[in-house]
Design a protein around this ligand. Structure first.
Ligand code: SAH
Length: 214
């Protein structure tokens, strides 16, 4: 390990300690976050803040999500079960896809902005994660060709829950999506047969879920 890598490992261990004090209890989630080098997903000039509990710019007016929110969403989705086949909507720089890859069987991550998807691909390549597939697509319609999913996690805020996402949940599957405009809250939806049970979770702040690709 060179000095920079070991510094990063130390700062990352502190981030994980902080996540514990913030109430994250799921050891699988904490271990995944301890493994993924978050500093490699932000621009070099921001690497010193990579392990702070804040969202950071990744270009194209988008942000890498706050570590606590990444951990919390995955912890709530897991709640004592496996994530299984997982769809992430809004791959951004690829960080959350890397965290999910340590926990889920298979991860499909879609991003609507082509140059961001290319960046995610570059960021993920050195980590050699064979169970992650990236796709340039509008995730507001889900990913029909790979459905159904046991888990769907949306990293951008929607005004309403897209019906396609509910339709693409496997039986017993769960969807986590931030809902709202100025005031947003996480919504967890669990499919039981054709009944969709909804639970509202904490307040959050995400970039908007848009349609189409660019
Ligand atoms: N998951 C990322 C956070 C990305 S921010 C991380 O680990 O840090 C949210 C991302 O959602 C942005 O990159 C944005 O371009 C993307 N996005 C917004 N609407 C989308 C849509 N309909 N389909 C796919 N991606 C979308």
């Amino acid at each position: 390990m060179n000095a920079r890598t070991s510094d990063a490992a130390r700062t990352r261990a502190r981030m994980v300690d902080r996540l514990r004090t913030q109430g994250i209890r799921d050891e699988k989630v904490l271990s995944a976050m301890a493994q993924v080098p978050r500093h490699q997903f932000v621009e070099e000039g921001l690497a010193y803040s990579a392990y702070d509990d804040t969202a950071l710019p990744i270009g194209f007016q988008q942000t890498i999500s706050q570590p606590f929110v990444v951990a919390r969403m995955i912890e709530l989705l897991r709640a004592g079960r496996e994530l299984g086949r997982t769809l992430e909507i809004g791959a951004g720089c690829g960080y959350q896809a890397a965290v999910l890859s340590k926990i889920a069987v298979e991860v499909y991550a879609v991003e609507r902005i082509r140059p961001l998807l290319d960046r995610a691909r570059e960021n993920l390549r050195p980590l050699r994660l064979p169970n992650v597939r990236l796709k340039h697509a509008d995730g507001s319609v889900g990913l029909p060709e790979a459905a159904p999913f046991d888990t769907i996690i949306v990293a951008a805020a929607a005004i309403g829950v897209p019906q396609a996402l509910k339709d693409q949940l496997a039986p017993g599957g769960r969807l986590m999506i931030p809902v709202g405009a100025a005031d947003q809250r996480l919504l967890l939806i669990e499919r039981q047969g054709n009944v969709f049970k909804e639970s509202w979770c904490e307040a959050v702040r995400f970039v908007p879920l848009l349609t189409g690709t660019e």
